[in-house]
Design a protein around this ligand. Sequence first.
Ligand SMILES: N[C@@H](CCC(=O)N[C@@H](CS)C(=O)NCC(=O)O)C(=O)O
Length: 204
Amino acid sequence: MPPLKLYYVPGFCSLAIHIVMRELGMDFTLVKVDMQTKQTAQGEDFLRINPKGQVPYLLADDGMGLSEGPVIAQYLADRLIDTPLLPKAGTMRRYRVMEWQAYVASEIHKAYTPLFHPTIAADDKALFAKILRTRYQWIDGVLAREMYLTGSSFTLADAYLFAVTRWAGYVGLDLAGLTHLQDFMGRVAARPQVIQALQAENQV
Ligand SMILES: N[C@@H](CCC(=O)N[C@@H](CS)C(=O)NCC(=O)O)C(=O)O
């Protein structure tokens, strides 16, 4: 049996972890969660597995579970001796990746929440969308100079930014004109492991 289980919802932020596992060449099982019923596809009560009720959630074969996407990604990368997805501890390159993970988590990922909310008024949503677009404009400037967020290598932070930025189309967030960001999205979407992850989640 594969040593790792990833609890996920197609197209949710768990996609970032799914991509990371494939990019790292890991052996794993995917377990789909229904967020309406909080039941897994195998009929388990997801709240008993992760009382936070959120994906991504990782379960290892020693029974240890881990939540919080950025930390799950760091844990997975650290299972390998060396990977360009997360440079070695003690190097500034590593903290640059983690700096970006923190930025995506707090300034991008969670800024989408009001845009998905069914009862938030359109005017308020427009304000949140404007704030998010300003943040993306800054990221666009960074991506004008680099292929990926921290340079020429794809990292954990890129997988995360890609997974959440896919939501822009669903919530009507206008990213027109942010050509470097668009190029980044196309570049990541063309990576073989990303294509496989999207296919496995029926996202293409
Ligand atoms: N702090 C968590 C947040 C994860 C999160 O927001 N998950 C969303 C999907 S993208 C979720 O499971 N939402 C369902 C819910 O909150 O009930 C992390 O960084 O992993």
